[in-house]
Design a protein around this ligand. Structure first.
Ligand SMILES: [Zn+2]
Ligand SMILES: [Zn+2]
Length: 246
């Protein structure tokens, strides 16, 4: 599968080129995962899957919108845009899209998506604390994981609602590498928090170094990055931005 990373900015103010758009992952120019920016509609995907109903993943929950592309997500939404619940595998042409329940918010439901086409596979998560162990067999193994780069510190920022006991927030990048390293050889981070923008070059190196620690290839994505699910390991210590003059 051919992947275009449309956006890599988390829930922070826009401050840097190549990391200015909210979440969006386009597969083979036909399936779009997360709709963090209205302009992603210009790609004219056949189907859109939303990880959760936060505006940096579904711009239409805070802004007016109208379009005729089907949208699926972990919970229903019915306003100017309708989101249909996906609670089991969807079969679209050569693709099987399986939702995987995730922990992230106390107010909205969230899901990651496992996408298979032929022998190739991709797991894309939105914002993430953890995935229950019972679901890990779904992505054991997977060619590529694309996940949440909000926080670099171990443990991330996780809170517990005192009334319901529900956990919410984001885990740290080291914890997510530890979560996925047993199941894949390549992890790509998107959805960067403010830590990343303080020194982007140092941040990229920090992320790559975590891969070495856990024995997997780990990299930081940028807006417009293109890659293949079954591609080679990420080049170490080499900025893929250089060819853009960034
Ligand atoms: Zn969120
Ligand atoms: Zn987010």
């Amino acid at each position: 599968m051919h992947i275009t990373v449309l956006g890599t900015r988390g829930e922070v103010a826009e401050s840097a080129p190549f990391h200015s758009r909210h979440s969006g992952i386009l597969i083979d120019e036909t399936l779009l995962f997360d709709l963090g920016e209205r302009e992603f509609l210009d790609e004219r995907p056949d189907h859109i899957f939303i990880t959760h109903l936060h505006p940096d993943h579904a711009f239409f929950v805070t802004g007016p919108a109208s379009f005729d592309i089907p949208v699926s997500g972990p919970e229903a939404y019915d306003d100017a845009v309708t989101v249909t619940v996906i609670d089991g595998p969807a079969y679209l042409g050569p693709y099987t899209i399986t939702p995987v329940p995730t922990h992230h918010s106390k107010l909205v439901k969230s899901a990651a998506y496992l996408v298979r086409k032929g022998g190739e596979s991709l797991l894309y998560t939105g914002d993430l604390i953890w995935i229950n162990r019972e679901y890990h067999t779904l992505f054991d193994p997977v060619d590529l994981v694309i996940t949440d780069g909000s926080l670099i510190r171990k443990g991330g920022r996780i809170r517990r609602d005192p009334e319901t006991g529900v956990l919410y927030g984001h885990n740290g990048i080291p914890d997510l590498v530890r979560l996925f390293a047993p199941y894949t050889t390549r992890i790509l981070f998107v959805h960067f928090g403010s830590w990343f923008y303080e020194d982007i070059e140092a941040a990229r190196e920090k992320i790559a170094a975590l891969g070495e620690e856990y024995g997997v290839s780990v990299s930081a994505a940028h807006d417009g990055m293109e890659l293949e699910t079954a591609g080679p390991v990420f080049p170490l210590g080499q900025s893929s931005l250089s060819r853009f003059g960034g």
